[in-house]
Design a protein. Structure first.
Length: 111
């Protein structure tokens, strides 16, 4: 009998994350784990060939990567805005950034 590995597949939403543990045969890929998790059926908005990227422990990984015991596969939601572009726009407008991304003026008004 082939050895089994146990992995987690994670899809994080704004309000919560969905964690599914699956057992797969050794040599299984990221794609195999995602398919076995049932998350593609539960969340039809996931598009692995387009908007959504995947990673193992926060490192971008191709769907064809072979998994190891206790790997954590993460399905990332697309960014709403490009963080670099937001920073460029704020700098161009002369707005100072504060911790948490709020305006410097807004924090001065509170104090």
């Amino acid at each position: 009998m082939a050895e089994q590995i146990s992995v987690e597949v994670i899809y994080a939403l704004r309000e919560r994350q969905d964690v599914v543990r699956v057992k797969l045969p050794e040599g299984a890929t990221v794609q195999n784990a995602i398919d076995a998790s049932g998350l593609l059926q539960k969340y039809p908005e996931i598009d692995l060939n387009g908007a959504n990227k995947v990673g193992v422990y926060a490192k971008l990984t191709p769907l064809s990567s072979v998994l190891r015991e206790r790997d954590r596969i993460e399905i990332y939601r697309p960014l709403i805005a490009d963080p670099k572009e937001v920073r460029r726009k704020r700098a161009k407008e002369g707005k100072a950034m504060t911790k948490g991304g709020g305006d410097d003026k807004a924090s001065a008004d509170e104090g």
